[in-house]
Design a binder for this molecule. Structure first.
Ligand code: FMN
Length: 659
């Protein structure tokens, strides 16, 4: 068989251990641990990625020291789960995949509301996001913690792990020690680069002395933490050079952002360039000992990109985080020349929202089977009895149901009144920062074609059309419609379009136009703000008016940080706790906006565009018509009630399976 992407699939060696290729699964919290123990889904998650062809996997953070006891992190600090740790290592290593445990500690960092009274840190300075003020560790506590970390590292080695990675970026404890922003200690663990690196330096020495030289020790350092007075590339180079001159570090990698307003930097979204941090990695690489293997990471999603990085010797290893959540068989498919079968990460960061902030198991918008036994290189098995299935709606819920049902051997007819597939996701893909979203429905289309779905595009199916086809099963994925805001009188509703309709015209006629665009936002989703950016390309002034306390409140912290940053860069204005006031003057281009609590009014005199983005009501007319004729149907996606794209794909997938 021809090997594709030969550079990416060339072998490598770390600490005398063989890596079959250059692909490393970067550490990601799965929140699949329970009661501080390994669970079957957690083990399966890792086994699937090993089976999918990664050469090395870095686990999520483990409980390596007693004070780290968290229900989600597997305990390593004593013997109680030794047998589980062995099974876990075996589940990964048996696929010729090296397994590393991650050593990390949040220190004062906290994503949730409220402060953490137990937090430990470098200095008693507040966390930039939660305001948590940690208790500064004493020198004795630091050394005891290091001892615990190194003994736990040895336990991992005994259980069959190939190494550890120390996560010293992301604004966590070790980063807090490294950065002058959070470390103002006056003892041996503060001060200059040498002092601030001492915690890490002693830890590296202790782990090496416990675990020997045939154990991989990787280090994730801050590259550019985005905090003025924190760690920029120059400081990162100094730290890396200092630590590398003292210790044998088997590979280096760099995380961006911090536990601060720059948190968004660690998982760049679709507004950022692909391989976002290549220039930064190049800058660091040029000044750090080239003998030390470098693992590049940050929005690498495509095998060709990854292969080029290795072929051009820009890095020796490629770290993939989100890309391997979306498709564990990414390496296998790439190597076999099946890159077109990869389900690609769309950089939406909903995995982070669910896993990190909502404390739910890691999930993905474009992978409804995360951690299931048959997740890797999945293709459905045939159904026992083939049926005729009619699906109405070609958004991502309907498309997912269609390909899965057809792949199971059913005769699937998919109706859509649009001439295109993708629904709302397609519209989102045409707005700024939406390019990758098309990967969701592109995959579904390719799978539908492979499975033989019969498409009836540009055909609005009525209840009679459906009944005439005599289907065994009917699935409705008819979506939802924005509810006109209450301040818009019924008789004026024809004068103002909802954002979905209005933005299409802007996309089609992007020529600059003078005047102000006003967008009323009760929706709070990322797509609404992408539309505001599209408006800013056309109109001189854009004002987002929301009755809520802030914009983007319902999005992940990393997402709303990015939205605020982009809005301020583009000069998009926001009026919070405000609502438009309907008057006839609107037709003359004059709009009054009223503050909801004070009644204070402001005027916009050059209104050129006016639209609203509001919560959506399900489109259920077809359901009701079918029910009236005694037909029972399956409802999925927004036509059941408004839901996230992640839930929509999951529902389509499960219904496709259940038939
Ligand atoms: C859901 C999620 C959880 C993460 N958890 C961790 C973590 O626990 N430790 C860590 O060092 N990095 C963590 N990261 C960061 C990743 O290791 C990686 O640096 C980042 O996702 C950029 O790589 P990518 O663009 O390939 O996703 C996490 C990322 C995501 C998306």
């Amino acid at each position: 068989m021809t090997e594709h992407y030969q550079a990416l699939f060339s072998p490598f060696e770390l600490a005398g251990k063989k890596l079959k290729n250059r692909i490393v699964h970067a550490s990601m919290t799965t929140r699949m641990g329970k009661h501080s123990a390994l669970t079957e889904p957690m083990m399966q998650y890792y086994a699937n990625r090993a089976a999918g062809g990664a050469a090395m996997i870095v686990s999520e953070p483990l409980s390596m020291a007693r004070h780290q006891n968290s229900p989600f992190k597997v305990i390593v600090f004593d013997n109680r789960y030794q047998e589980d740790l062995k099974r876990w290592a075996e589940a990964v290593e048996s696929h010729d995949c090296r397994f590393l445990g991650q050593i990390q500690d949040p220190g004062r960092g906290r994503h949730e509301a409220g402060r953490n009274p137990e937090a430990l840190g470098a200095s008693a300075l507040p966390d930039d996001l939660s305001g948590t003020v940690p208790r500064a560790l004493t020198a004795f506590e630091i050394e005891s913690m290091i001892e615990e970390f190194s003994v736990s590292a040895l336990r991992l080695k005994t259980c069959g792990f190939s190494g550890v990675e120390i996560s010293a970026g992301h604004g966590h404890l070790f980063h807090q020690f490294l950065s002058p922003w959070s470390n103002i200690r006056e003892d041996a663990y503060g001060g200059d680069v040498v002092g601030r690196s001492r915690f890490l330096s002693h830890m590296l020495a202790a782990i090496r002395s416990q675990c020997g030289h045939d154990f991989i020790v990787g280090l994730k350092l801050p590259g550019d933490d985005g905090v003025p007075g924190g760690i920029n590339a120059e400081e990162a180079i100094k730290i890396a050079n200092h630590l590398c001159s003292q210790h044998r570090i088997d590979y280096l990698t760099f995380a961006q952002g911090s536990h601060a307003r720059s948190l968004e930097m660690h998982i760049p979204d679709d507004h950022e360039p692909r391989v976002t941090y290549l220039p930064l990695f190049n800058q660091i690489r040029a000044q750090v000992n080239p003998i030390i293997p470098l693992m590049i990471l940050g929005r690498i999603t495509d095998p060709a990109e990854a292969d080029k990085l290795i072929a051009q010797n820009e890095a020796q290893l490629v770290g993939l985080g989100r890309a391997l959540v979306t498709d564990p068989a990414w390496p296998l498919k790439a190597r076999q020349g099946r890159a077109h079968n990869i389900r690609y990460c769309v950089s939406c960061n909903n995995c982070w929202f669910v896993g990190v902030t909502a404390h739910q198991s890691l999930s993905c918008d474009n992978n409804p089977r995360v951690a299931l036994v048959d997740e890797t290189d999945y293709w459905p098995r045939p159904a026992p009895i083939p049926k005729k299935v009619v699906i109405v709606g070609a958004g991502i819920a309907g498309m997912e149901a269609a390909w899965v049902a057809a792949a199971r051997g059913h005769e699937v007819h998919l109706f859509s009144r649009s001439s295109h597939i993708g629904g709302k996701a397609r519209l989102r893909s045409q707005l700024p920062g939406g390019e990758s979203i098309s990967s969701i429905y592109d995959y579904q289309m390719a799978a539908s074609q492979r499975a033989g779905v019969v498409f009836h595009l540009q055909q609005e199916a009525t209840a009679e059309d459906i009944i005439r086809l005599q289907p065994h099963e009917v699935i409705l994925a008819t979506g939802s419609t924005m509810v006109p805001p209450r301040w818009l009188p019924k008789e004026a509703q024809g004068l103002v379009q909802d954002l979905r309709s209005a933005i299409l015209e802007v996309i089609q006629h992007p020529q600059p136009q003078s005047g102000s665009a006003v967008l009323y936002d009760m929706d709070q989703s990322e797509g609404t703000y992408a539309a505001a950016m599209a408006l800013k390309r056309k109109f001189q002034r854009v004002v987002v008016v929301t009755p809520r306390n802030a914009i983007a409140e319902d999005t992940a912290m990393v997402t709303h940080q990015a939205i605020h940053r982009r809005f301020s860069r583009l000069g998009i204005e926001v009026m919070t706790l405000s609502e438009p006031c309907w008057t006839e003057e609107i037709e003359n281009g004059r709009l009054e906006v009223v503050q909801v609590y004070t009644g204070f009014k402001q005027r916009i005199d050059d209104l050129a565009f006016f639209s609203y983005s509001t919560p959506r009501a399900p489109n259920q007319a077809l359901w009701k018509a079918l029910e009236a004729k005694g037909f029972s149907v399956h409802l999925i996606g927004d036509c059941l009630s408004t839901r996230t794209s992640m839930k929509a794909t999951q529902e389509g997938h499960s219904v496709g399976h259940a038939l």
